[in-house]
Design a protein around this ligand. Structure first.
Ligand code: DAH
Length: 343
């Protein structure tokens, strides 16, 4: 009987150390220990040879041993099926891929792209310039010499290391860069970001975007300017929109004008958006001042041109009826998501 008990102890250690190595391990274990010809059965058979007074205690030991082997078998089965599951989770190539949420273009980009494509259809090419400009391109060459009061129209960020450098206050600086190249005729639009030291509010920000236009050739007239801008407005806002020009002042154009469009909300009678006038201002424009042509080495007796500049934020706000310009730079996905289907 002592011999038997020793064997049982050995088997128990063996069972404890039994490690699942592959998918068939649990079954092999069952056959070896719990099967009809298994060790548990075999040891039960030994009962015959045990002295009658020891039968009861041996029976108990045997029973414990059986329970012990069965528990191990259950654990092995569990581990195997869990492993199987984990493996399936890891690599099931037939599963559909996780959906990737598609982003949308920023409304400013949408409108800028649209503006660019409208003017491209009229033969305008895109030109770009640096956002850090020098005084000459941003002001002086544009007929805004030092101490000219019109410089106060734009509150400028200057760069400390060099007082000649600044963050461009408008895209008109790109006009100068193109004119200086001396290749005529010029027919360009210049989209880009500009900076002004403005108090941030629903209508103003310290950075925003503009699209500038410039056309210089022989015999360019104010009528060309009007027709170009009228075409733009109709393509942008619809055929029923009307335009009007009001005299204005810009140092780089003469004559200068501001252009209004008929209010998109009320269509004319007046509402709070158009401050009850029926009109909304959208851009500044005019005939290029001869001084600019001279500054850039272009013969002002031979060539004339028109120019215009407008804010992309303003056009976007009108187009999509957005009331607060700060929304454009807050990165609130709830706002940006609304432009998913706009193209
Ligand atoms: N640069 C002007 C501004 O930022 C806008 C502008 C007005 C541009 C008239 C022009 C122009 O080219 O002719 O306020």
């Amino acid at each position: 009987m002592d011999n038997l008990l020793l064997k049982i102890d050995q088997y128990k250690t063996e069972i404890s150390n039994f490690i699942a190595s592959d998918g068939e391990t649990a079954e092999a274990f069952r056959i070896k220990y719990l099967g009809t010809k298994g060790l548990v059965k075999e040891l039960m058979g030994e009962m015959r040879n045990v002295a009658p007074e020891n039968k009861k205690s041996f029976g108990q030991v045997m029973n414990d041993f059986k329970v012990f082997a069965e528990a191990k078998y259950e654990a092995l089965k569990d581990a195997e099926s869990n492993n199987g599951k984990a493996a399936a989770d890891e690599l099931d190539l037939s599963l559909p891929a996780d959906p990737l949420p598609l982003g949308s273009r920023h409304p400013i980009s949408l409108v800028r792209n649209r503006m660019v494509s409208i003017f491209q259809r009229l033969g305008f090419a895109v030109a770009e310039g640096p956002e850090i400009e020098d005084d000459w391109h941003n002001f002086t060459a544009l007929n805004l010499p030092e101490n000219h009061p019109a410089r106060d129209m734009q509150d400028t960020f200057y760069i400390n290391q060099n007082p000649d450098w600044l963050l461009r206050t408008h895209t008109s600086s790109v006009q100068v860069r193109e004119m200086e190249k001396g290749k005529l005729p010029i027919r360009i639009i210049c989209p880009g970001r500009v900076y002004r030291n403005e108090t941030i509010s629903a209508r103003a920000h310290c950075f925003f975007h503009q699209v500038e236009g410039l056309y210089i050739a022989e015999n360019v007239s104010f009528a060309d300017l009007k027709q170009t801008l009228y075409f733009f407005v109709q393509e942008m806002f619809g055929k029923e929109v009307k335009i009007r020009f009001r005299p204005s002042y810009f140092p780089f154009t003469e004559p200068s004008a501001e252009m209004d469009i008929s209010c998109l909300i009320c269509g004319g009678p007046g509402c709070s958006v158009c401050k009850h006038t029926g009109w909304v201002e959208i851009l500044g424009c005019g005939m290029v001042h001869p001084n600019l042509l001279d500054n850039c080495g272009i013969d002002s007796n031979k060539y004339t041109g028109f120019a215009f500049g407008m804010g992309v934020e303003r056009i976007t706000m009108l187009k999509y009826q957005i009331k607060d310009l700060r929304l454009f730079s807050e990165n609130d996905v709830r706002f940006l998501k609304q432009f998913t289907s706009a193209v």
